[in-house]
Design a protein around this ligand. Structure first.
Ligand code: GDP
Length: 309
């Protein structure tokens, strides 16, 4: 994960090794290297600037701790600041006082929403919950079927409109569902209530790029089901564009947390390191593969330690 960033950061600390005390020039030189490493990893410029400012300030004013040599002290500061930009504390799901808890997933097409719906439901089921998956991605052909397949794998019930239903009630020769996703979401929550599911996970449609219609549909679903959590699903492989996409979703739909997907790929790290600072919303879960089990709660401290090797 983020191998090249790790290598670059460790390279930046090399110049400090063996030094008895650090001059301001030493710290400036190291910060220049760290800055380049972050920019190369596609971290948003704004985030890089703030990060470097904090490191410089802390490193230059640092008291030498007994147990740590100056180089180790800089690494410690960088580690702490990395934990900070990744969100500090682990943020857990908020559950509704009166079930069902409604969790809505939003994000671009291909970000991994449907896969995540399966993983999250599986994770919650293992914790003793009784989730219901609701198929509101009626845009992408095959998305409903895909959710049914992941639901089956996870052993979790799926609520979906019947194939062939259309808005006007007429026959749909292709079998593509044209039901209204807002109604499906609403009916899904009602179904959960009547069948005693304590959690509802609503999978919504994404487009390949941001568009107004997508945002409107997602916010209509949000208004209809009043979710306890809206999770923005973000593909870690997307570099600088991640910031723009995240901001568009924050403005257009609003979300309470972020899920990073595809952390198993050769992502450079930019999306992961920028999204919390740019949106102010916590990264709550991480998806690390195509299997149901490739998923976990996001721990900022563990991620920072992995980045620093
Ligand atoms: P959606 O359009 O947002 O619902 O995205 P999908 O759930 O269909 O995922 C798009 C593609 O990414 C699929 O081929 C998934 O198998 C794959 N995918 C999803 N999550 C991960 C992940 O964490 N790691 C990897 N390697 N692939 C993933």
């Amino acid at each position: 994960m983020f191998d090249s960033l790790s290598d670059r950061l460790n390279g930046a600390f090399k110049g400090l090794r063996g030094k008895g005390r650090l001059t301001d020039a030493d710290i400036d030189a190291t910060c220049r290297e760290i800055r380049l490493a972050l920019l190369e990893a596609d971290v948003a410029l704004l985030v890089v600037r703030e990060f470097i400012k904090k490191i410089k300030l802390r490193a230059k004013g640092a008291e030498v701790h007994g147990a740590l040599n100056p180089a180790q002290q800089v690494v410690k500061i960088v580690n702490e600041e990395l934990v900070g930009i990744l969100g500090g504390e682990t943020r857990r799901l908020t559950f509704a006082k009166t079930p069902p808890t409604v969790i809505m997933l939003a994000g671009l097409q291909g970000s991994g929403k449907t896969t995540l719906a399966g993983k999250l439901s599986y994770y919650l089921k293992k914790q003793g919950h009784t989730p219901l998956l609701v198929a509101c991605d009626l845009q992408r052909p095959g998305a409903v079927k895909q959710l049914q397949i992941v639901g089956e794998r996870a052993g979790v019930a799926v609520f979906a409109p019947h194939p062939g239903t259309s808005v006007g009630g007429g026959e749909n020769p292709l079998g593509i569902t044209a039901a209204d996703p807002v109604n499906v979401a609403r009916d899904g929550v009602a179904e959960a209530r009547s069948k005693q599911h304590d959690i509802v996970i609503v999978d919504t449609a994404g487009r390949l790029g941001i568009d107004a219609e997508l945002m409107e549909q997602a916010s209509n679903i949000r208004d209809a089901v009043q979710p306890d959590e809206v999770l923005f699903v973000l593909d870690s492989m997307v570099g600088q564009d991640a910031v723009m996409t995240a901001n568009s979703f924050a403005d257009g739909v609003g979300f309470s947390g972020v899920v990073l997907t595809k952390l198993d790929g050769d992502a450079r790290g930019g999306a992961a390191l920028s999204v919390r600072e740019v949106t102010g919303k916590p990264i709550m879960f991480a998806s690390t593969g195509e299997k149901l089990e490739d998923f976990d709660v996001f721990h900022p401290d563990r991620m920072a330690s992995r980045i620093l090797g």
